[in-house]
Design a protein around this ligand. Structure first.
Ligand code: NAP
Length: 292
C-alpha cells in the first residue's frame, strides 16, 4: 500500500506557484489577488477560509477577506458580488459555502463573473469543462486529478466508482475521469443515497472515490483488493485529544481498508490540501488571463 501524500504534493505545488508569482512580480506585474466572502461564523467555514488566506500569503498572493453576519440579505450579498466582479484589483473570488438558507446559493453562484469564478462553480465553467474547453475546474476534483497525475496512477480503462453526486465534487469528478484525456478514460459509476446494494458496486472499483460526508462509511468489505481509494470526506467529530475540541474524519475506515489498497489518501493530509492549492492555481490562471 502506498500512501498518497496530498500535503507533500500540495507543498511542492505551492513552491511552483510561488516561483511563478515571483516571475510575474519581477516582470513588473501585480501580485495575483484572491478575495473570499464569508457569511456567518460556521466553525468549518472559518477554518477553511483561514487556510485559504494563509495559503495566499505562502505563495505571495494578495488576499482579502470580506465578512458578513448571517442576517445579511440576499440583495446585499449579490451587490457585493457585483462589486467584486467590477473590481479590477481582484483577479478571482469565492463565496465560502454553505451560506444561510434565506439566500439562494444558485443565485449567488450565477451572479459571479465566470472569469473570476476561481471555485469553478458557475454553470458556464461547469459547461465549458464538460465539453473540454478551458475553464476553472472545481478545486477538489481538480486536486484529485493532480494527485492521480503526480503519482502516475493508471486510469485508462479502469472502473472508477464515485460515491456522492454533489455539484462541487462527485459530479465534476465523474465527468473529468470519464473524459478522453490522461488522467481520464475511466468507465465511471456515480453512486448516491438511492444506489441499490452499494457494497456490490464499490467492490467493482479499481478506483474508489468516497465523497459522501459519512465518517468511516467505507469498510474493508466494500473495497476490492488492490484498489486505489481516494477519501474526500471531512467530517468534524468531537475529540478530547485536540485543542480545538474536534478532529476531521474521512469517509473511509482507514485502518481496515488501507491494507487492501494499492494507493490510499489519508484524512487529514490527503485531498484537503490539494483543494486549497487548486484554488491558488485557478487564481494564478485568472491573474494571467490564461482561461478567459
Ligand atoms: P454533499 O453535498 O454533502 O452530498 C453528499 C452526497 O453523498 C450526496 O450525493 C448523497 O446522495 C450521497 N450520500 C449520502 N449518504 C450516502 C449513503 N449512505 N450512501 C450513498 N450515498 C450517500 O457532498 P459534498 O459537498 O461533495 O461533500 C461530501 C464530503 O466531502 C463532506 O464530508 C465534505 O466535507 C467533504 N469535502 C471535502 C473537501 C476537501 O477538500 N477535502 C471538499 C469538498 C467536500 P443524494 O444525492 O442521493 O442525497
Amino acid at each position: 500500500m502506498q500512501l498518497i501524500q496530498g500535503k507533500v504534493i500540495a507543498d511542492q505545488i505551492k513552491e511552483e506557484i510561488a516561483s511563478e508569482v515571483k516571475e510575474l512580480v519581477d516582470m513588473g506585474k501585480k501580485r495575483p489577488h484572491l478575495a473570499a466572502i464569508l457569511v456567518g461564523h460556521d466553525g468549518g467555514s472559518e477554518t477553511y477560509v483561514a487556510h485559504k488566506v494563509k495559503a495566499c500569503e505562502q505563495v505571495g498572493f494578495e488576499s482579502s477577506l470580506i465578512r458578513f453576519e448571517d442576517n445579511i440579505s440576499e440583495d446585499e450579498l449579490l451587490k457585493k458580488v457585483q462589486e467584486l466582479n467590477n473590481d479590477d484589483s481582484i483577479d478571482g473570488f469565492i463565496v465560502q459555502l454553505p451560506i444561510p438558507d434565506h439566500i439562494s446559493e444558485n443565485k449567488v453562484i450565477e451572479a459571479i463573473d465566470p472569469s473570476k469564478d476561481v471555485d469553478g462553480f458557475h454553470p458556464v465553467n461547469l459547461g465549458r469543462m464538460v465539453i473540454g474547453l478551458p475553464s476553472y475546474v472545481s478545486a477538489t476534483p481538480s486536486g484529485i486529478i493532480e494527485l492521480i497525475r503526480r503519482y502516475n496512477i493508471e486510469t485508462s480503462g479502469k472502473h472508477c466508482v464515485i460515491v456522492g453526486r454533489s455539484n462541487i465534487v462527485g459530479k465534476p469528478m465523474s465527468i473529468l475521469l470519464g473524459q478522453k484525456t490522461n488522467p481520464g478514460n475511466c468507465t465511471v459509476t456515480l453512486c448516491h443515497s438511492r444506489t441499490k446494494d452499494l457494497p456490490s458496486v464499490t467492490r467493482q472499483a479499481d478506483i474508489l472515490i468516497a465523497a459522501l460526508g459519512a465518517p468511516e462509511f467505507v469498510k474493508e468489505d466494500m473495497v476490492k483488493e488492490g484498489a486505489v481509494v481516494i477519501d474526500v470526506g471531512t467530517t468534524r467529530v468531537p475529540s478530547t485529544e485536540t485543542k480545538s475540541g474536534f478532529r476531521l474524519k474521512g469517509d473511509v475506515k482507514f485502518d481496515e481498508v488501507s491494507p487492501k489498497c494499492s494507493y490510499i489518501t489519508p484524512v487529514p493530509g490527503g485531498v484537503g490540501p490539494m483543494t486549497i492549492v487548486s484554488l491558488l492555481r485557478n487564481t494564478l490562471l485568472a491573474a494571467k488571463r490564461d482561461v478567459y
